[in-house]
Ligand binder design. Structure first.
Ligand SMILES: NC(=O)c1ccc[n+]([C@@H]2O[C@H](COP(=O)([O-])OP(=O)(O)OC[C@H]3O[C@@H](n4cnc5c(N)ncnc54)[C@H](O)[C@@H]3O)[C@@H](O)[C@H]2O)c1
Ligand SMILES: O=C(O)CC[C@@H](O)C(=O)O
Length: 528
């Protein structure tokens, strides 16, 4: 008998769909140990954000074929562990977009009119009209951080309410922002200018504690901030302090670094200017029905041997092709990640050139892997083989595929990714060597031969005496250890590129100093 475990509250519409093909056991509130002890009996697991599907749980899941997340974020699932075990992870990328956007707007309005506090005082028998004088949103500046699905909807509604909308999203093109009548700006400027700020970005290493004490200090003292995206993006202790000390006027939070929010969190002690909700962004009847139906249909289909439409991990490729193309897919993804960081995010066109033997492989998975790499910094764990093409299209990125099987630069062929965009373009080429090792072989038409490593620094500079030594000593002074270094140049004392593999990331202050070195035209730290 096929069995599905539903371990979080899921709308009945989803349960009914699962019931068409399997025995459905609804067991919410399981401890980690209890989940581990029973998961071995199940073919599918359906969850929301409450259940933590750790590597331990997956290791105990002998029969498990699919994990369905009724919602967007899969940060409560160890996706690499699931992929390794061949367990498909599916989600519902759009089912709760409107619900989350409306919740952010609800927090903005509640904050500006003190709705929860006024309600509390009425319940306590008071009739206090003076204490709860608020502010209007009309004609105020709303700063949207992250202009994706939810951020765009919030921006649209805010404009209809007469707000001026500015946004920070380094991965959205100026054209797209213009279509939405939103002015793109820097994060710093947004925090300085906005009367209201709303966050709609994923939690990634780049966005963790993005809103810290320093950024909060740069806000107007009358400004308010809403986080209905992910916990951990805002430094909670710094936020509580900023509200208590009048540095900012208030905040509305739906998500927390650790959930449920602990009873002794400093946030719970803030008396004025703070509205807290317990991760309710997706909690509307409509969204719960949408996500439950969307995910239950995918679980049902997969259990019947059909493909899933929103797989987060394994693409619609056979295991055999995946195995054969593994290093090539890895190269495409690595080059995508690399070229996106060289290009600074604003990419309008990506050209993928399959050269020599690369042109003989199926191109679609390679194109998708390249796009997945290109969008990884923008979308974190939300980008996958299934949605990469769609996400690129949604961002207005034009994708070109060029096959050049006559090229003979490396025995196994090579792959070149070229970006074009508002800030110019970059190109990177790579190859898979006979031992399966990946190599970056060309940067902006300068030949190099570098294995990709976790932390790297790429510079474009004038080939002149002293520049390499200067950079080397500067890194040494800042305790950044260089593992290897290579220079690529076409003519002596012309333009050149330098590629450093380093053991540690470059601190932002050091990057500014590197930019100041005479002869350095560009410097890009890269994390792969
Ligand atoms: N509170 C809830 O219940 C709830 C419900 C649904 C979604 N969410 C969360 O809301 C967030 C947004 O979801 P979405 O569906 O709009 O995602 P999306 O992928 O459509 O949009 C995210 C946007 O953030 C941008 N971005 C990435 N890194 C950035 C950075 N460092 N600075 C600025 N912009 C950056 C991306 O370019 C993208 O446009 C996610 O974190 C999601 O998990 C919360
Ligand atoms: O399951 C929930 O209610 C939270 C969902 C939301 O955070 C998401 O990422 O989709």
């Amino acid at each position: 008998m096929t069995k599905v475990l539903v371990s979080d509250p899921i709308d009945q519409a989803g349960i009914d769909i699962l019931g068409q093909v399997a025995q459905v056991d609804q067991r919410t509130g399981l401890s980690a140990e209890e989940l581990k002890s029973i998961i071995g009996d199940y073919d599918a697991l359906m969850i929301r954000s409450g259940t933590q599907v750790t590597a331990d749980v997956i290791a105990a899941a002998d029969r498990l074929r699919i994990i369905g997340r009724a919602g967007v974020g899969v940060d409560n699932v160890d996706v690499p562990a699931a992929t390794q075990r061949g367990v498909l992870v599916v989600n519902s990328p759009e089912g709760n977009t409107i619900a989350a956007a409306e919740h952010a707007l609800a927090l903005l309005l509640s904050l500006s009119r003190h709705v929860p506090q006024a309600h509390g005082s009425m319940r306590a028998g008071a009739w206090d009209r003076k204490k709860y004088v608020g502010n209007e949103l009309y004609k105020k500046v709303l700063g949207v951080v992250g202009l994706g699905k939810i951020g765009s909807h919030v921006a649209r509604v805010a404009k209809a309410m007469g707000m001026e909308v500015i946004a920070f999203d380094p991965f959205i093109s100026a054209d797209r922002a213009q279509q939405m009548q939103v002015r793109l700006t820097t994060l710093e400027d947004l925090f300085r200018q906005a009367d209201y700020i709303t966050l709609h970005i994923p939690r990634t290493p780049d966005t963790e504690n993005l809103v810290n004490a320093e950024l909060l200090r740069s806000m107007k003292s009358t400004a308010r901030i809403v986080n209905c995206a992910r916990g951990g993006i805002v430094d909670e202790a710094a936020l509580a302090e900023a509200i208590e000390n009048g540095v900012i006027a208030g905040a509305g939070l739906d998500v927390y670094a650790s959930e449920p929010l602990s009873e002794d969190s400093p946030l719970r002690a803030v008396e004025r200017g703070l509205v807290l909700t317990p991760h309710l962004g997706a909690s509307t009847e409509e969204a719960q029905e949408n996500v439950a139906t969307d995910v239950a249909e995918q679980i049902r289909d997969v259990l019947l041997g059909l493909p899933a439409r929103s797989a987060v991990n394994i693409p619609g490729l056979s295991a055999e092709i995946m195995e054969r193309l593994k290093p090539h897919l890895q190269l495409a993804e690595t080059l995508g990640l690399l070229v996106s960081q060289l290009s600074g995010g604003q990419v309008q066109e990506l050209e993928v050139r399959l050269q020599g033997e690369f042109a003989l492989h199926p191109s679609q998975p390679l194109m998708v892997a390249a796009l997945k790499g290109l969008l990884t910094n923008a979308l974190g764990d939300r980008i996958n083989y299934v949605n990469a093409s769609l996400e690129a299209k949604g961002r207005g990125i034009h994708v070109l595929e060029v096959k050049d099987d006559a090229s003979r630069d490396f025995a196994g062929g090579s792959l070149q990714l070229t970006t074009r965009g508002g800030q110019g373009g970059h190109s990177v080429t790579g190859a898979v060597f006979a031992d399966g090792e990946l190599r970056v072989t060309n940067i902006d038409e300068f030949p190099v031969n570098v294995p990709p490593s976790r932390h790297m620094l790429f510079t474009r500079h004038r080939d002149m005496p002293g520049i390499i030594g200067h950079l080397g000593s500067l890194l040494g002074e800042h305790n950044v250890n260089i593992a290897s270094m290579q220079v690529g140049r076409r003519i002596v004392r012309g333009d050149a590129v330098m590629v450093l593999s380093i053991d540690d990331p470059i601190p932002p202050a050091l990057l500014a100093t590197i930019h100041g070195i005479n002869g350095i035209q560009e410097a890009h730290p890269v994390t792969l």
